[in-house]
Design a binder for this molecule. Structure first.
Ligand SMILES: N[C@@H](CCC(=O)N[C@@H](CS)C(=O)NCC(=O)O)C(=O)O
Length: 203
């Protein structure tokens, strides 16, 4: 059983996608970010950086005591290693999936998060900030679009790299933006959106 400390944001959705795809039994523990649940000492004991997502695995392999994991990329890797799925096994293919996983957590996620914050959440609209993050997100989407031009998935099969990136497409379009200028990205995102587990995760 996995406890998922969750809010319905792209970072939270990555892990929900994985859990729905894998069939691992899990329980959602909602974290209300607006109320500040993420700063409560009992949550900080699990996720010291006061952000979602985090998980607690009550049955880690090897009969260890329950284990806490924070940071969405680390959680995806942990869960993938735990069940031996959603990561290509070939050396090059695995490296490819890892590169794009790190590209997402280090690039697309923070930049799209800032774009979402400045264009949607922030009380004060700062055109310079919106423009700056918009340009960088557009550049990053172009990079992934180009990569997807000759392949179905980010690596050789559907993997945690796809699961890490997909929720940011949902977030991007929820801002009223279109993927029409990124045809390969759009084809890939549409295909992932049709997966039954993805539909369940977003229900
Ligand atoms: N690098 C982190 C980012 C997580 C993150 O930014 N979480 C946001 C929601 S998407 C959050 O919990 N924000 C609450 C806060 O900053 O207080 C990850 O990939 O897990």
């Amino acid at each position: 059983m996995i406890d998922l400390y969750f809010a319905p944001t792209p970072n939270g959705m990555k892990i929900k996608l994985f859990l729905e795809e894998s069939g691992i039994e899990y329980k959602i523990i909602p974290i209300d970010l607006k109320k500040g649940d993420q700063f409560k000492p009992e949550y900080l004991a699990i996720s010291p950086n006061n952000k979602i997502p985090a998980i607690v695995d009550h049955q880690p392999s090897g009969g260890m005591e329950k284990l806490h994991v924070f940071e969405s990329g680390a959680i995806l890797l942990y869960l993938s290693n735990k069940i031996g799925r959603f990561m290509p096994t070939g050396f090059r293919e695995r490296e490819e999936a890892l590169q794009w996983l790190f590209w997402q957590v280090g690039g697309l996620g923070p930049m799209a998060g800032q774009l979402f914050y400045f264009s949607t959440y922030a009380d004060q609209k700062v055109p310079y900030a919106i423009d700056c993050f918009d340009k960088e997100v557009t550049r990053l989407l172009g990079v992934l679009d180009k990569h997807l031009a000759d392949r179905e998935f980010i690596s050789s099969e559907y993997s945690i790299a796809d699961m890490a990136c997909y929720p940011w497409m949902v977030s991007y379009t929820s801002m009223g933006k279109s993927l029409d200028n990124f045809p390969h990205l759009k084809r890939w995102a549409d295909a992932i959106g049709r997966r039954p587990a993805v539909k369940r995760a977003y229900e």
